[in-house]
Ligand binder design. Structure first.
Ligand code: ATP
Length: 240
């Protein structure tokens, strides 16, 4: 990791849903330009970590720093404006709106129309399939196409940091490969990525570093190659 101050840092972050203590003091860093994976069992708190970074729910305590600025108490719109965008688990595209209308929603905080048009061209370069389907209702797309639309919509806010929650969920193996190669390409063109995945093996292949979560805590961290070699992690998350 670079010695410069990280793009994102979580310091002892706790998050609660009422009485449920979902994050029990997690700390992590992501340097500009990295892909970092966050893996762990169901219910470990991975989605909560991503949502807490976006201010929904707010962390109960601890600090979240983005480009050195404390963002814990900011509302989600402000966090998006600063350059963080989340592709939530389950995609949450708007099925009765067209592909183009869904993409336009990604720009709702922007007014730089020339730049928006440029970003749309770039998104269509990355996802040519969406370009062919701009007028199609999003609900009629396949699962893989909807995942692409959800990622494309997030890119339309021009994030510095893209948070991806289970992008491979429910997709056939060929599509999983395609989605992962698109994620790598997004990263190569300059976007830093925090990737939550059940498909730990694929996530560790694409990410240089990873954090492992269990029951609201980070239990391991290190380079992906170290984590891939760790017997306890292999047994728990990588099928032995
Ligand atoms: P999964 O892969 O199943 O989504 P996860 O690692 O992303 O798991 P979270 O969804 O962040 O885990 O859940 C962490 C804990 O918080 C779990 O115990 C879960 O039951 C609880 N939890 C999540 N959302 C809520 C909520 N809205 N209200 C109450 N508890 C919640």
């Amino acid at each position: 990791m670079s010695k410069a101050s990280p793009l994102l840092a979580l310091e002892d972050v706790h998050t609660f849903y009422g009485r449920v203590h979902a994050l029990k003091g997690i700390s992590l860093t992501i340097a500009k330009g990295e892909i970092v994976a966050l893996i762990g069992a169901n219910g470990a708190g991975k989605s909560t970590a991503l949502m807490t970074i976006c201010g929904r729910p707010n962390s109960g305590s601890g600090r979240i720093l983005f480009r050195g600025e404390e963002i814990n108490s900011l509302d989600t719109d402000r966090i998006v404006r600063l350059g963080i965008s989340l592709v939530p688990e389950g995609r949450h595209i708007f099925p009765r709106m067209t592909v183009r209308e869904n993409l336009d929603l990604g720009t709702y905080l922007r007014s730089d129309h020339i730049e928006i048009a440029r970003d749309l061209d770039q998104v269509f370069d990355l996802f040519p399939l969406l370009k062919e389907r701009t007028k199609q209702l999003a609900g009629t797309l396949s699962g893989g196409e909807q995942q692409m639309l959800a990622i494309a919509r997030a890119l339309m806010s021009r994030p510095r940091l893209l948070l991806l929650d289970e992008p491979s969920m429910g997709l056939a193996p060929l599509l999983v490969k395609q989605i992962f190669s698109i994620i790598a390409e997004i990263n190569r063109s300059g976007t830093t990525i925090l990737l939550v995945e059940q498909n730990a093996f694929m996530a560790l292949k694409i990410a240089a570093r990873a954090y492992v979560m269990a029951t609201g805590l980070i239990t391991h961290s290190g380079s992906s190659s170290q984590i891939l070699l760790d017997d306890t992690i292999r047994a728990a998350y990588l099928g032995g």
